[in-house]
Design a protein around this ligand. Structure first.
Ligand code: ZN
Length: 492
């Protein structure tokens, strides 16, 4: 198998020739959601980014085992070692069992991912289902001397670890600075140092989610689950670990420390991180009232949105940026994406209308797929792939206008190009038409109305024909009269 893919490895800060070394098997682990609220843009971007990687590795011939976890315990409200569990807090708020909260939001997450055409991972393990594995990992870290017990809780000894290994390799943070600025705690606290992180926490009496362990009845620290579950399903060393950039520190830094402390070596060959999303140039946050969840995008039901945006528009918009760049959501930008996507889908439909008028192959058309593969191999450069697709739209339109001659090979190649890159790899689907029975009925009904209008025009019944035209236009239809009849489309 030939491997050309190169990716940016966040650990070495280089774009590296990438070869999953267990070829043809590739292990991919991506940090999934903490399921205590509605899925939002911050969930969509990593899911889509690593969906592209999953699709592309599979296309290259790898057998990919893609593990994306569900955090359902241990993620505390302030992302550190104190405060309430995010899920328990939501459960108290909604007066539900914690696992009811998990199931409720997980169902919504899955529904949103399906709408975004994100393929399900191979394994979706829950943290709460892997307490035994997490306890075993804590035992291993204690055995190697990098953890200590304090009042029934177990903490990772960052200072000791750093003497032997390098804490901060992934984030590039300087541990000495961190140690000197984080004072040694005065013994009032359980931890020796602020920078130490919990592997196991003793549960306070009011804490709901709790399990037996050798140290106390308690629950695992947030960072532990990913180390334990990746080890279980992908082995001691695996190929790619992904997630959003906001997870680099402390979550992924702590994962590295845990794996190295337990097994003496780095578990991950390549770290990949997607950049963050902003809304109208601002960070997303509940306090800024710009925290728009995915369903609000799909229905247009948020005060910042001037219209609804389909899941495919959101997906396409995210893919128009490279995964390592930031993406800024605004109505203008989304509307431009929506138009662009419609152009691509129309061009795809128009391939069926192209007629053969040349004998030889067009070299420009042949190059689209090659250039797009090259772009995908270059750190998943989806914007370049999309630019190639738009180039091909230009050719399709020229040919339709009778300004360019195409051979049968050219037409077949255009169809292959769209099918592979737009649909299979970028994962776009023609959401209105794709196997949608109700769309078919709807579309026939519109055709019928327009036929009645044609009839009315022939009978010089202008009142009826204008009424149909005006009312359909008001509903958002664009109607065009052609020499054989009519064409229509729903502009959004
Ligand atoms: Zn994780």
């Amino acid at each position: 198998m030939e491997h050309l893919l190169s990716i940016y490895n966040t650990l070495s800060r280089q774009t590296e020739q990438f070869i999953p070394l267990n070829s043809p098997f590739a292990g991919l682990y991506v940090c999934g959601p903490t399921v205590y609220g509605d899925p939002h843009l911050g969930h969509a971007r990593p899911a889509i980014t690593f969906d592209i990687l999953f699709r592309y590795l599979t296309h290259l011939g790898y057998k990919v085992r893609y593990v994306r976890n569900i955090t359902d315990v241990g993620h505390l409200v302030n992302d550190a070692d104190s405060g309430e569990d995010k899920i328990a807090k939501q459960a108290r708020f909604e007066n539900l069992e914690p696992m009811e909260v998990v199931q409720f939001y997980l169902n919504r997450y899955h529904k949103a991912m399906e709408a975004l055409n994100v393929l399900p991972p191979s394994i979706e393990p829950h943290a709460s289902g892997h307490i035994i594995e997490q306890i075993q990992l804590v035992k291993d870290i204690i055995k190697s001397g990098f953890a200590y017990e304090s009042a029934g809780s177990i903490y990772f000894d960052v200072e000791k670890y750093n003497k032997q290994y390098n804490y901060g390799v992934l984030s590039g943070r300087n541990i000495d600075d961190m140690l000197s600025t984080t004072r040694k705690l005065d013994g009032q606290e359980e931890k020796r140092r602020n920078i130490d992180f919990a592997l196991w926490k003793k549960a306070s009496p009011e804490h709901i989610m709790r399990w037996q362990s050798p140290w106390s009845e308690g629950f695992p620290g947030w960072h532990l689950e990913c180390s334990a579950m990746s080890r279980k399903y992908l082995g001691e060393v695996f190929d790619i670990h992904g997630g959003g950039m906001d997870l680099i520190f402390p979550h992924h830094e702590c994962e590295i420390a845990q794996s190295v402390a337990a097994g003496g070596k780095q578990a991950v060959r390549y770290w990949m991180h997607n950049n963050m999303i902003t809304i109208n140039g601002q960070k997303m946050g509940k306090s800024l009232n710009n925290f728009i969840n995915l369903e609000q995008f799909f229905t247009g039901s948020h005060s910042l949105l001037t219209q609804a945006y389909s899941a495919m528009t959101i997906r396409f918009f995210i893919l128009q940026a490279h995964y390592r760049s930031t993406v800024d959501f605004s109505n203008e930008a989304l509307q431009a994406s929506e138009k662009g996507l419609i152009r691509l889908m129309e061009a795809y439909d128009n391939i069926g209308r192209l007629t053969v008028s040349a004998q030889t192959e067009n070299e420009t058309i042949k190059a689209f797929a090659a250039k797009s593969s090259e772009a995908m191999n270059d750190d998943l450069n989806t914007p370049t792939v999309i630019a190639q697709l738009f180039e091909s739209v230009h050719i399709i339109n020229q040919s339709l206008a009778g300004q360019m001659d195409l051979s049968q090979e050219d037409i077949d190649e255009l169809r292959r190009f769209f099918n592979l890159f737009l649909f299979d790899l970028l994962g776009m689907k023609n959401s209105q038409k794709d196997g949608n029975a109700s769309y078919e009925a709807f579309s026939k009904a519109v055709d019928m109305l327009l036929e009645v209008r044609m009839q009315a025009k022939q009978n010089k019944d202008w009142t009826t024909s204008d009424k149909i035209r005006n009312e359909l236009t008001a509903l958002g239809f664009e109607i065009k009269d052609t020499k054989d009849g009519f064409e229509w489309r729903l502009s959004r």
